[in-house]
Design a binder for this molecule. Structure first.
Ligand SMILES: [Zn+2]
Length: 271
């Protein structure tokens, strides 16, 4: 028989184990409430409207990203691409295409480091270099930033904010983990079964067998369309959410400066 103090001790150990983070992103979960209330970081934006924001990290990829762009076009879907500066440099024409299709081109650093280990100056350089490249191609300063791996610290958030960015994460129930090549049906089921108004879905258009992401999208886009969803960029979602909110911890309205692209209608490609 266990004595009462031993049972109490075991109970406390069990509780402590339950509270242990299951992943590194999970380890930051206690911060979510704090940053969400302050309006400095966004995970999802619950709204009355049937809208969902699809996001793609780590590209552009010469092969995969154009396939995703053509699928999005077929379904009149807008998406947000968290792009990496050194990959944009190799594929500037893909970024131009994204802009022409009215997708939101956002900042995901220059070389995808874990920012928690960098100095403020290094973080600033990572963001600034990518900002300059995007601005050179599209004429527009990006306003959304996602830290690589979703790993953030107070320093990362403060630096991004000071540079005019809103930090955007993703809905925890919409982390497709497509980077781990889980198979098309797993990616599809995750998104379809969990879909809620104002979700921010996490995909990747670079790394691993990203054909899985493309094939999953071939199913996800028509299926969610059938359920009445529209696919919007994160900035569009913010605007919709500010107009049609449902009660959450978020401050509202969220404010980010939105700039119009500086290239002209006439410069658009005919397709
Ligand atoms: Zn990434």
């Amino acid at each position: 028989m266990l004595s009462k103090p031993k049972i109490v001790m075991m109970f406390h150990i069990c509780i402590a184990l339950l509270l242990l983070p299951t992943s590194e992103v999970g380890s930051q979960s206690r911060d979510r409430d704090y940053y969400e209330k302050k309006g400095e970081v966004v995970w999802e934006l619950p709204t009355e409207k049937k809208v969902i924001a699809l996001t793609f990290d780590d590209g552009p990829d010469r092969k995969i990203t154009p396939q995703i762009l053509s699928l999005l076009k077929k379904h009149n879907a807008h998406a947000t691409f968290f792009t990496v500066g050194n990959r944009i440099k190799k594929n500037p024409e893909i970024i131009k295409q994204m802009a022409l299709q009215h997708h939101e081109i956002s900042n995901h650093t220059f070389s995808h480091p874990d920012l928690r280990h960098l100095s403020t100056d290094q973080i600033r350089k990572q963001i600034q270099e990518t900002q300059n490249i995007i601005q050179d191609i599209t004429g527009t300063k990006p306003t959304l930033f996602r830290p690589p791996g979703g790993y953030y610290s107070q320093k990362v958030i403060a630096t991004a904010k000071e540079m005019g960015y809103l930090v955007v994460m993703w809905s925890w129930h919409q982390d497709t983990r497509d980077w781990s090549d889980p198979g098309v049906s797993k990616i599809v089921n995750k998104v379809i079964k969990n879909a809620r108004n104002g979700d921010i879905v996490l995909f990747h258009d670079f790394g691993g067998r990203r054909e899985q992401t493309v094939h999953a999208l071939e199913k996800i886009l028509p299926e969610l369309e059938k359920k009445g969803y529209h696919f919007v960029t994160v900035s569009e979602l913010i605007a919709i959410r500010n107009q049609y909110p449902v009660k959450t911890n978020l401050i509202h309205p969220l404010s980010i400066q939105k700039q119009e692209p500086s290239f002209k209608e006439s410069e658009r490609s005919p397709n």
